[in-house]
Design a protein around this ligand. Structure first.
Ligand SMILES: C[S@@+](CC[C@H](N)C(=O)[O-])C[C@H]1O[C@@H](n2cnc3c(N)ncnc32)[C@H](O)[C@@H]1O
Length: 300
């Protein structure tokens, strides 16, 4: 299978997920199977791979390296549904590698590309939910601005949201390249100003914050004692959500209240006090890894 996505932080995932012989693992964002293929090189008992993107799982089922390995079970759907489909399994390790894959970004027809014109879609599974164009029809400029700010902390989100809504209603916004242009021109040597906008809109269309906030705390319950949860994020908003969930689960205060009412019950031990980032060598080989951050906890 031709793999377009290069998995990030591979050795750091292996080190932190703490592989055990005969262990049971889950990869909740299977993608092109890059991380899972490495886990399957070890003598584990079972790996459940999950992804909400139908086409990515289909490709792996047809051509993937370990498609015939009886230890691999593939499950389709958003990871918020995953736990109800695992029939009470408990895991030695769970991996969540958030965001989109390089393949999803490069296939213009998916609507994630800044460079090649594609439809205003951005759904990770095009068969499910509403595409971006429907969100742009129904949201007010203020609602859109809130989403852009909450998901990617773009400071002039109100101005940007008004520009997007105006262009959309005037029929001047019908593809991803036109959308990217509204964020301003690219300055050589810097990332495209539309990168953060696309992240914000993709997170909105796929309800990514909600997925993380509801599912990540539950995942801890499905770890065996001593089991590890490893999460990789690519944006500061996502990393902050993971950090807060992990701190809360480790019994730390996460509120800003004068009198703290945090439950202070510790379910987990923080394995990474600070997020692990790619090495200089990895960044040289794979610049797409540049904003990756890995955090890990271990169930007590
Ligand atoms: C960064 S890629 C993962 C790449 C993978 N680790 C590999 O090595 O090929 C993220 C994948 O997660 C999937 N994904 C993102 N959010 C998801 C969610 N909430 N539920 C299920 N899959 C999700 C995307 O469809 C995409 O295939």
């Amino acid at each position: 299978m031709e793999r377009l996505h290069r998995p990030v932080l591979i050795s750091e995932v292996i080190e932190n997920i703490s592989l055990k012989e005969g262990g049971v693992y889950a990869d909740l964002t299977f993608g092109e199977g890059g991380h899972s293929d490495v886990l399957l090189e070890r003598s584990i008992k079972l790996l459940v791979g999950n992804d909400r993107d139908h086409s990515t799982l289909e490709r792996y089922r047809n051509e993937g390296k370990n498609r015939l390995d009886p230890r691999l079970k593939l499950v389709e759907g958003p990871f918020s549904r995953f736990l109800s489909q695992t029939e009470g399994l408990e895991f030695d390790g769970i991996l969540v590698d958030l965001g989109v894959s390089t393949r999803q970004l490069l296939e213009a027809e998916r609507g994630f590309s800044l460079m090649k014109p594609g439809p205003l879609d951005m759904r990770m599974n095009p068969g499910v939910g509403e595409p971006l164009s429907v969100w742009l029809t129904h949201l007010t400029a203020d609602e859109l601005a809130d989403q852009i700010y909450l998901n990617a902390e773009i400071r002039d989100s109100r101005r940007l949201a008004r520009k997007i809504k105006e262009a959309f209603h005037q029929g001047k916004l019908s593809n991803t390249v036109e959308l990217a242009k509204l964020a301003g021109p690219k300055i050589p040597g810097k990332s495209h100003p539309a990168t953060a906008l696309f992240t914000a809109l993709r997170m909105m269309v796929n309800q990514e914050r909600e997925e993380m906030e509801t599912t990540i705390p539950q995942l801890i319950q499905f770890l065996k004692p001593g089991g590890r949860l490893v999460v990789i994020t690519f944006h500061s908003t996502e990393d902050r959500i993971v950090k807060k969930i992990f701190q809360k689960a480790s019994g730390r205060c996460v509120c800003d209240e004068p009198i703290c009412r945090c439950p202070k019950k510790n379910w987990v031990k923080l394995i990474t006090k600070k997020p692990v980032e790619p090495s200089v060598k990895e960044l040289e080989e794979n610049p797409r890894a540049r904003s990756a951050k890995l955090r890990c906890v271990e169930k007590i």
